[in-house]
Design a binder for this molecule. Structure first.
Ligand SMILES: [Zn+2]
Length: 449
């Protein structure tokens, strides 16, 4: 590297989270990349700009691989402008958009191109796309893979929107065989339709009734089936939004056997409990559901021991009117994009975990999941200069009206959370600071393998 180019910008903090641990350091940035992680006292090169964050923590920007942006088509629920601003304000610098709830869904290359065109001018952070595996679109999977989607999402039970139907067993086998054939990744909403159908469906506003309608064994059975199929085809699969702790032993066993399986969970399963959901409060409704406190303890253990790989938001908003007080018919989805880092950090610190753990779960491992592990997810020379600056000991009370996602609905309303994001940086540029946003400079990402 030439001397005048290696350090246009120096970011300095007494607490920089690097893959080797947290230390005082000066991070040199040029051309949008990290060029060196230097000693704290390193001399600032002539002409370089210094940003000194004092004792605020400098961490790699989070990579959220599970976000429903809904744009175009259901933009009144959420859009790229609002979602990427909310993400940026929460310290997220890359999101991967789910293929459903937008119209069209991301199930053909043409649909992908439509989504990319809509996203490009609105993206405040980097944005990539998942494709969808539907009954009848096996022929579209390879072209979507070649066009750069990061993998394929499938449902095994109804998705909640008519245009994105679930796969039956035979269709799952065919899609998975096709995806495995070109070395792709299948990501699965794992709830078994027969177990759901057999569960009591009382409807109404009691959370206990809703919880009973989405039992753990629906998840456990679907995951066991998926593991069996992955093993049979030597396919790579990922379990989305794990809620049932009863599935953990079979996941751990499959991983020990070498099945190519990864698993995510979400902030709401880790920080909210069934016991505290008020009746009628459908801002807490998601599928699979938020379960009991004892279940949550086991999810935390599984994160700590690596049975669960990562934490992603599953931000899935709707307009407020769809969040009715009947759990059976209210829209299922939690809005937590902007709050995910603070929510997870608040509970992590209470349970004795460090911010390094949170970074591993929400940045390093998610980057790796989508093949961006060489490019993002760590403060290390050669990576994109994407950062969040966090005051980990400061608290704030969640005011839904102050959040940047489109509809001011969130299950975290009124909670006091630790961890205030002071600023977020994308390729060496500050994209938000104290609620002030720069012009959108996010890029559209494609899978590169
Ligand atoms: Zn989702």
């Amino acid at each position: 590297m030439s001397d005048d180019r290696w350090g246009e910008l120096i970011l300095r903090s007494t607490r920089v989270i690097t893959p080797e641990g947290t230390r005082a350091a000066s991070v040199a940035v040029a051309g949008g990349k990290i060029t060196a992680v230097l000693p704290y006292e390193a001399e600032v090169p002539a002409g370089a700009r210094l940003e000194d964050f004092g004792d605020d923590v400098l961490l790699p920007g989070l990579i959220d691989t599970h976000v429903h942006v809904n744009d175009p088509g259901r933009t009144e629920w959420e859009g790229f402008w609002t979602a990427t601003r909310a993400a940026a304000a929460g310290g997220i610098t890359t999101l991967i958009d789910m293929p459903l709830n937008s119209l069209p869904p991301t199930t053909t290359v043409n649909h992908l191109r439509t989504k990319q065109e809509v996203a490009r001018p609105k993206a405040h952070i980097d944005v990539g796309f998942w494709g969808g595996a539907l009954p009848g679109n096996v022929k579209d999977l390879r072209p979507l893979h070649d066009a750069g989607v990061f993998g394929f999402k499938a449902f095994l039970s109804p998705s909640g929107v008519d245009e994105f139907p679930e796969l039956d067993q035979d269709q799952l086998d065919r899609s998975l065989a096709e995806i495995a054939g070109f070395g792709g990744l299948l990501i699965v909403h794992a709830e078994d339709p027969h177990h759901l159908a057999a569960a009591p469906q009382k409807g109404g506003g009691r959370y206990a009734d809703f919880l009973a309608s989405r039992p753990r064994d629906a998840e456990d059975t679907a995951i066991a089936n998926l593991i069996a199929r992955a093993k049979h085809l030597d396919a790579r699969v990922h379990v989305l939004h794990l809620s049932s702790s009863d599935a953990l032993p079979l996941i751990a066993e499959a991983k020990r056997e070498g099945v190519r399986l990864t698993v995510e969970t979400c902030p709401h399963y880790l920080t909210l409990t069934a016991e505290e959901v008020p009746d009628g409060a459908s801002e807490f409704k998601c599928c699979p559901p938020i379960r009991e406190a004892a279940n949550q303890d086991l999810l935390w253990q599984a994160l700590a021991d690596g049975t669960i790989d990562c934490v992603v938001t599953d931000h899935s908003p709707s307009t407020a009117d769809l969040k009715t007080d009947d759990f059976a018919t209210a829209w299922g989805g939690i809005s937590g994009l902007q709050l995910s880092l603070s929510a997870v950090w608040t509970e992590a610190r209470r349970r004795g975990h460090g911010l390094e753990d949170v970074v591993r779960w929400m940045s390093q491992r998610t980057a790796r999941l989508v093949g961006l592990g060489e490019r993002k997810g760590a403060i290390e020379a050669g990576r994109d200069a994407d950062f969040a600056v966090l005051a980990p000991d400061e608290t704030f009370a969640v005011d839904p009206a102050a959040l940047h996602h489109r509809n001011p609905v969130t299950a975290y309303a009124g909670r006091t959370l630790y961890g205030v994001v002071k600023s977020t940086w994308l390729r060496g540029e500050r994209i938000v600071s104290e609620g002030e946003f720069a012009e959108p400079a996010g890029r559209l990402l494609e899978r590169n393998d």
